[in-house]
Design a binder for this molecule. Structure first.
Ligand SMILES: *Cc1c(COP(=O)(O)O)cnc(C)c1O
Length: 226
C-alpha cells in the first residue's frame, strides 16, 4: 500500500474504513507517537487505539477524551496491570495463567470486568510470546478458565512471522482462525461475547482479513514509522 507522505491521518483512516469489511474492527496503534497524533485520528472519528507500554497508555488516557477505547497489545508485566486495569477496554496479550490471576485481582479491586484475548504463539520466531495451541486447549479443557471471574475471554490474538513469504503468513493466520473456531465450538458455544480474532498489522492485514480476522492492529501505516 503505497501513498504519498502528503496523505493525512484522516485520509488514511478513510482509506482503511473503505478497504476493511464492516465486521472488522480497526485498532489504531499509536505506541511511541504523541497524544497529538491520537487526537488527530480521534478528530477523524477513530475511537479504538492500541498501546504497548502501560505508563505511556495511561498518560495518553489521562490527557485525551474519555470515550477512547484503549487496547493493550504489548507484553504485560504482572506488576503493571494495576495501572491500566481501571480503564483498559481489551488486553490482547494474555500469555499465562499468572497474568490471568493478576487481572482477576485488579478487576475485582476496580469493580469491573476486564475483557482479554489469549495471545497464541503462531510465528516461527521464538522471541514472540503467547500460549502454544496445546497449552491453551489444555487450559480451557481443564475448566480452570472458570476460576477467573471478572476476566472475560473474548477470543485470541496472534502475530505472524516477519517474512515476505505470503504463504507462511497465510498458513499462520489460517491456523489461528482454526484454533479460535475450535475453542469457540468446544468451550464457548453459547457465548456470543467470544467473538474476537485479533490478527493483522500494517504489513500483513489484507492476508489476515482474508483468513478471518475480526480485529486488525495498524500502526505505521496510519502514524508513520516508529
Ligand atoms: C506495534 C504493534 C502493532 C502495529 O504494527 P504496525 O506494523 O506498525 O502496524 C500491532 N500489533 C502489535 C502486537 C504491536 O506490537
Amino acid at each position: 500500500m503505497k501513498h504519498s507522505y502528503a496523505m493525512t491521518i484522516a485520509e488514511k483512516l478513510d482509506h482503511l474504513r473503505k478497504e476493511l469489511p464492516a465486521a472488522v474492527t480497526l485498532v489504531a496503534v499509536s505506541k511511541t507517537h504523541p497524544a497529538s497524533a491520537v487526537r488527530e485520528a480521534y478528530d477523524a472519528g477513530q475511537r479504538g487505539f492500541g498501546e504497548s507500554r502501560p505508563q505511556e497508555m495511561t498518560a495518553k488516557y489521562q490527557e485525551l477524551p474519555k470515550d477512547i477505547r484503549w487496547h493493550f497489545i504489548g507484553r504485560l508485566q504482572t506488576n503493571k496491570v494495576k495501572y491500566i486495569a481501571p480503564y483498559v477496554t481489551l488486553i490482547h496479550s494474555v500469555d499465562s495463567e499468572k497474568l490471568m490471576a493478576v487481572i482477576r485481582k485488579e478487576a475485582a479491586k476496580n469493580g469491573r470486568e476486564i475483557d482479554v484475548l489469549m495471545e497464541v504463539h503462531i510465528a516461527r520466531e521464538e522471541t514472540k510470546s503467547g500460549w502454544s495451541e496445546e497449552d491453551l486447549l489444555g487450559f480451557f479443557a481443564s475448566g480452570r478458565a472458570r476460576e477467573y471471574p471478572g476476566v472475560r475471554v473474548r477470543g485470541v490474538m496472534g502475530m505472524a512471522t516477519y517474512t515476505d513469504d505470503e504463504r507462511v503468513m497465510e498458513a499462520e493466520f489460517d491456523r489461528l482462525r482454526t484454533i479460535f473456531d475450535s475453542i469457540k465450538a468446544r468451550f464457548f458455544p453459547d457465548e456470543p461475547s467470544f467473538d474476537t480474532v485479533s490478527m493483522g498489522m500494517t504489513g500483513d492485514y489484507p492476508i489476515a482479513v482474508r483468513c478471518g480476522s475480526t480485529m486488525v492492529r495498524i500502526g505505521s501505516y496510519l502514524f508513520g514509522e516508529r
